[in-house]
Design a binder for this molecule. Structure first.
Ligand SMILES: C[S@@+](CC[C@H](N)C(=O)[O-])C[C@H]1O[C@@H](n2cnc3c(N)ncnc32)[C@H](O)[C@@H]1O
Length: 194
């Protein structure tokens, strides 16, 4: 397995080899954010990349939006394009080193970017970062990919078995409002610590 470290991801951004990047905020996440009344909630988007969902959240008045990525390149680009977004809410960091507490953590093609051996650690870290009533919400690929990842896929059954060990599952089902190119391949999750 190749090392999925900062250099790996930065090289992908530099070569423009970013097939995951849809270029706009993902519809299921937009529609989820649109239902939230409390615009002061603390939101984290780990592995945010170009962070279209963060830009959307910020534009909607979610002042507590934070983004994190192991690669500096997309974060610098985000900062340049969104000069009003607070620097203190942008973390150039490995997710597993991050400290903080959030009401909502948004999952958008981050889980699939990690070595599957880290899936249990991902759950444990998410639990650590969530407020007791916080939610981990977003999208996972519900398919297996024929090529060596990333992205690494999975199935509803696998995710059910993994997440039920750590979270209360509010939703874990085929996503009904995926963007057209991902229709039928995404699973929507809404999980909480308790
Ligand atoms: C598949 S990309 C998705 C980017 C963005 N969420 C999107 O949908 O366009 C995965 C992102 O996770 C970042 N990443 C990978 N491992 C990470 C880690 N351990 N901590 C923080 N970010 C990481 C990569 O740099 C990359 O930006």
């Amino acid at each position: 397995m190749i090392k999925l470290d900062e250099d790996f991801w930065t090289e992908r951004y530099r070569q423009g080899y970013t097939g995951w990047d849809i270029g706009y905020p993902s519809t299921p996440i937009v529609q989820y954010l649109d239902q939230i009344q409390n615009k002061n909630c603390r939101i984290l988007i780990p592995g945010a990349g170009n962070a279209y969902e963060a830009a959307y959240a910020w534009d909607q008045g979610f002042v507590g939006t934070h983004i994190l990525d192991i690669s500096k390149d997309p974060l610098t680009k985000f900062s340049t394009n969104h000069p009003n977004f607070p620097q203190a809410q942008i973390f150039h960091q490995d997710f597993f080193q991050h400290q903080g507490k959030y009401d909502l953590i948004v999952e958008q093609t981050f889980f699939c970017a990690l070595d599957p051996a880290l899936r249990e650690a991902y759950c444990q870290k998410m639990l650590e970062l969530l407020q007791p009533s916080g939610r981990l919400v977003g999208l996972l690929f519900g398919v297996q990919f024929s090529k060596q990842g990333p992205p690494f896929g999975g199935s509803l059954e696998e995710y059910q078995s993994l997440f039920s060990k750590y979270f209360k599952i509010h939703k874990l089902e085929l996503c009904i409002n995926s963007i057209a190119p991902r229709r039928g391949t995404e699973i929507f999750i809404n999980l909480s610590a308790q």
